[in-house]
Design a binder for this molecule. Sequence first.
Ligand SMILES: Cc1cc2nc3c(=O)[nH]c(=O)nc-3n(C[C@H](O)[C@H](O)[C@H](O)COP(=O)(O)O)c2cc1C
Length: 334
Amino acid sequence: MPATNTSDILIAPFRGITVKAYRNALSRHFGYFNEAYAPFVSGIGEHKISPGKLADILPYESMLSPTVPQIIGNNAKEIILYAKAIEDAGFDHLNWNLGCPFARIANKKRGCGMLPYPAEIDQILHEVYPNISINLSIKMRLGYKDASEIGQVLSVLNAYPLKHIILHPRTGLQAYGGQASTDAFLEATTRTQHKLIYNGDVFNLSRYNQLRELLPDVSSWMLGRGVLINPFLPSEIRGVIYSDQQKRNILGDFHHELWSYYMSSGQEKRSLGMLKAIWYYMAGVFSNGSDVFKRIKRAKTRHTYTESIAFALEQAFASDQELESYFKKLSTKF
Ligand SMILES: Cc1cc2nc3c(=O)[nH]c(=O)nc-3n(C[C@H](O)[C@H](O)[C@H](O)COP(=O)(O)O)c2cc1C
């Protein structure tokens, strides 16, 4: 059994998946993580925030786990407005997304599309810092087109009192292909004065343990698709062991909470779509994950969907090897 450890475990944001209902259900049924980052909001404007832009993080008291709101964009006034709004709501920390690789975002100098422009990042932070009183952190990649972009960005960031930097060591162009580079991550640690949090390809417990050896100074880990596939990963990291029957019950309860939440809208088709997006990842917790997902994806009615979930919950759980191969077969396009 791996030694338990006291590193911080953070849950990565996934737009369209890790919304409040998911984060709360994850916290209630699986737990063992320290914080969850909310998916980014964008286009909030400079003057007045529409309530919809805050819906995923309000009210503050409804969040079962500490939650960090995230913004994407390149407008200092928007960041200031959002920081004030979330501060009023009770939050003390905002994350700025400089990592999103999708072309339609990055080509507008947003997400990782800002990384080739360190002077503009500097200008934005120069304007933002005197006008906010909550913590700011950054989630970023090595660069947009080239991994050397990070050097200048880190020098700029050294001048500001960031809470931390979460680094997914790939470029935007790489998106999710190839391997996240631990060498590039280590190199970044020598160039920053900030605490660096590791994110990328923690697909199972063995990989987590390997990464801890490769990156012994990292004390906080952001877990993404590894948790979406196997929500028990944080508990496994803490050394908690459940029987298979306990795991089936936990998964069943987690699913039931989300199913009830989405179905309470009365929109069956939309609910099935939301649940299928979750199962696209979570089917991989079973050893025949691709088969499980195929059945769930085929379900067009509430009845056939319920049958496909009953089938899923009877399957054997995936080994670490199977979790890894399911992760590596994932496409980011569902
Ligand atoms: C469908 C999808 C949606 C995502 N949404 C966000 C987001 O809203 N904000 C963000 O910072 N990262 C987002 N990410 C990136 C993840 O948070 C994470 O950084 C990435 O998956 C790498 O970590 P992993 O290898 O552990 O999954 C998204 C990724 C995917 C595939």
